[in-house]
Each structure stands twice: as C-alpha cells, then as structure tokens.
Design a protein around this ligand. Structure first.
Ligand code: 2AM
Length: 176
C-alpha cells in the first residue's frame, strides 16, 4: 500500500494578522459559539486535494511552480456562519480577480489530476470556529483586516494527539 498525505493549497494569514484576529475573535464570540482554530492554522484554502500519493503531489507541485499570477490584496470585511458545516468564517465582499484566477487554476489542475473538487462555487474564507452548529451572533459590519498576499503554499494536514497540525510543504511567489 502506498503512503498518502492529506494536502491542500492555501494562502497563509500573516503572523501579525493571525495574532490580531485571535484577539478580536475572543472579544466577538462566546466560548459556546464554537471551537477556535489555532492562530498558526488560520488560512484561506485555494484547492483541497484530499489524501494523495507522493507521485501525484509532485506532479501538482510541478504545475504550481509554473503558475504566473500577480500578487493581490484583500480585505477581510465579511463574516458568516454555515451551520451545516459548523463553520464560522471571515471572507471578503470583493474577492480580487487574482485570487479567483489562482484558485480556479489550482482547482482545475487538481480536478484533471483526479482530485475530487466540490461542485459548490469557490467562496474564499478563513475558518475561525468549527463545531458551530447552533445559532451564532456575528460581529457587526465595519471590521476590516487588509492583507497583502505575495505567495501561496501547499500544506499537509495531520491529526495527531487530538490536534490538527498543518505543515507547509512548498511555497511559490506571486508576481509583484
Ligand atoms: P474549511 O476551512 O472550510 O473547513 C484543510 O482541511 C482545509 O481544506 C480547510 O480549510 C478546509 O476548509 C478545506 N477542506 C477540507 N475538506 C474539504 C473538502 N472536502 N472540500 C473542500 N475543502 C475542504
């Protein structure tokens, strides 16, 4: 049996914004609202690959290395709750074209390599809380978390000793 890893392409949230978001989240949500995601795990998923072999991972990394997409900024100024998935998220009211193009490219390369892609439209978001299945009161609008993204990365996700750990496997620059 060959070894597989659970992998996904994502945009990491810069550490300074991670710290600020975690503080803000503690003020905005009660402990009962859901399980907070660790600061270091905050990210925007671009394409989820699932459990894949090293060979497939290498092929997708080779394709990622050839991507030439401009860097972009986005403002996390939107929040929402998906009770079915139990997710409270931050998103953006105006997704930059560069982000949508990058995700579309990675998702179509993943699909062509046999990684199942959800038919739901891509909705860029940072998951803040999990296990949020009951009604949650969301922060009033008016918050802004501007972020400049200059690279994207491939991560592995591993559940160990009761914790989800993400490890960056490789990263590629966006054109500045
Ligand atoms: P989420 O934050 O909306 O739950 C690592 O698990 C990342 O991949 C998470 O950001 C998660 O998105 C996303 N993810 C996990 N399973 C997925 C799936 N089946 N389809 C799409 N994205 C998924």
């Amino acid at each position: 049996m060959s070894d597989t890893r659970r992998l996904f392409f994502a945009l990491p949230i810069p550490p300074k914004t991670q710290r600020a978001l975690v503080k803000w989240r503690a003020d905005q949500f009660s402990a009962e609202a859901g399980r907070p995601i660790a600061a270091a795990n905050l990210h925007i998923t671009l394409a989820f690959l699932g459990d894949i072999s090293e060979q497939k991972s290498q092929a997708l990394q080779n394709m990622a290395a050839r991507i030439k997409q401009p860097a972009f900024s986005l403002d996390l100024d939107d929040a929402g709750h998906w009770p079915g998935a139990g997710v409270v998220w931050l998103g953006t009211r105006r997704a930059p074209r560069g982000l949508l193009q990058l995700a579309e490219l990675l998702r179509s390369q993943a699909a062509r390599s046999g990684c199942y892609q959800s038919p739901l439209p891509f909705h860029p978001h940072v998951t803040l809380l999990r296990g949020a299945t009951k009604a949650v009161s969301l922060p009033p609008s008016g918050f802004h978390w501007p972020i400049d993204f200059e690279y994207f990365a491939l991560y592995s996700s591993e559940f160990r000793r009761g914790r989800t750990r993400y490890e960056q496997i490789a990263a590629w620059p966006l054109i500045t």
